[in-house]
Design a protein around this ligand. Sequence first.
Ligand SMILES: NC(=O)c1ccc[n+]([C@@H]2O[C@H](COP(=O)([O-])OP(=O)(O)OC[C@H]3O[C@@H](n4cnc5c(N)ncnc54)[C@H](OP(=O)(O)O)[C@@H]3O)[C@@H](O)[C@H]2O)c1
Length: 325
Amino acid sequence: MSNAIRFSRTGGPEVLEWTEVSTPEPGKGEIRVRNHAIGLNYIEIYFREGVYPVPSLPSGLGTEAAGVVDAVGPGVSEFRKGDRVAYAQAPLGAYAELHVLPAEKAIHLPEDVDFETAAATMLKGLTVQYLLRQTYPVMSGQTILFHAAAGGVGLIACQWAKALGVKLIGTVSTPEKARLAMNNGAWATINYREENIVERVRELTDGEMVPVVYDSVGKDTWETSLDCLQKRGMMVSFGNTTGPVTDVNIGILNQKGSLFVTRPSLAGYADTRGRFEAMCGELFEMLSSGAIKADINQRYPLKDVAKAHEALAGGKTTGSTVLLP
Ligand SMILES: NC(=O)c1ccc[n+]([C@@H]2O[C@H](COP(=O)([O-])OP(=O)(O)OC[C@H]3O[C@@H](n4cnc5c(N)ncnc54)[C@H](OP(=O)(O)O)[C@@H]3O)[C@@H](O)[C@H]2O)c1
């Protein structure tokens, strides 16, 4: 037997239960990993609340962790018992001491990347990789707008943008979060509780506005973000923190300057083994060179995951949060 977090109905953090489960066996093409550190990501709040459907209930939660291969199923040649691995796109259930996943979703961890760093940066770092390097490949000297800059994805984006010579303007809700974003390489911050985002972007860019906005806030910032774009700019809407963007009249893209819009996901970019490995390679290089470090500002025992969810959903966290089994 082992322990895992399960929920049998959608709802608030209280639906998450520390449960004894029978030890899962890896099937063909699968590995079982003993998790040492587990990543906490906002998407897990959408699943817990029912905003995104889960395949069935009761369900596990979480897709990201790092640990040691504990058992290998038939047909797996790339991994052996004892290998150090990480994963970001496993089937739901990573909030567990042991998790079984397709071997193709795991990657060997370089020696200089520890378990907590991997759990804190795999999903978020691969997301920043595709956002800045693929969805809209930013170029040195450009000024961009990135919402929730002091969050998990946000602080990695601040560092990655700085390493690329890109001036990242980050939105934040408090002076402490502004300082943190600046310390991580943001070029400027906008406290949206006190300042008008569009006006500040206009001032900071001498009226030029920005060629791309990375917006994970969703419903509340949709129009504001479009108003920050240059003509033919790119709106990258990649999250729903305040609710999904719905009922959009596509004509708004014409009215606001022949804009482009995309709604990407990690699954849509790391969709083949080759692409996944290339993206991980770039992320590990950024970590090894020191260009990016993990800002793990919260650690919770896995069984206290409800507290971690409450903090993340309440905007109380900064940087990354890891859960320790
Ligand atoms: N599409 C993808 O591939 C992908 C992948 C990873 C993450 N994401 C999305 O990226 C976003 C960030 O994920 P994360 O895990 O790194 O979380 P996070 O940014 O650490 O936490 C969310 C942040 O959003 C801000 N926020 C603004 N309005 C909020 C509200 N009403 N309630 C709560 N927070 C609010 C808060 O920062 P302030 O206090 O500064 O406003 C908060 O800290 C999420 O929307 C997530 O779904 C998308």
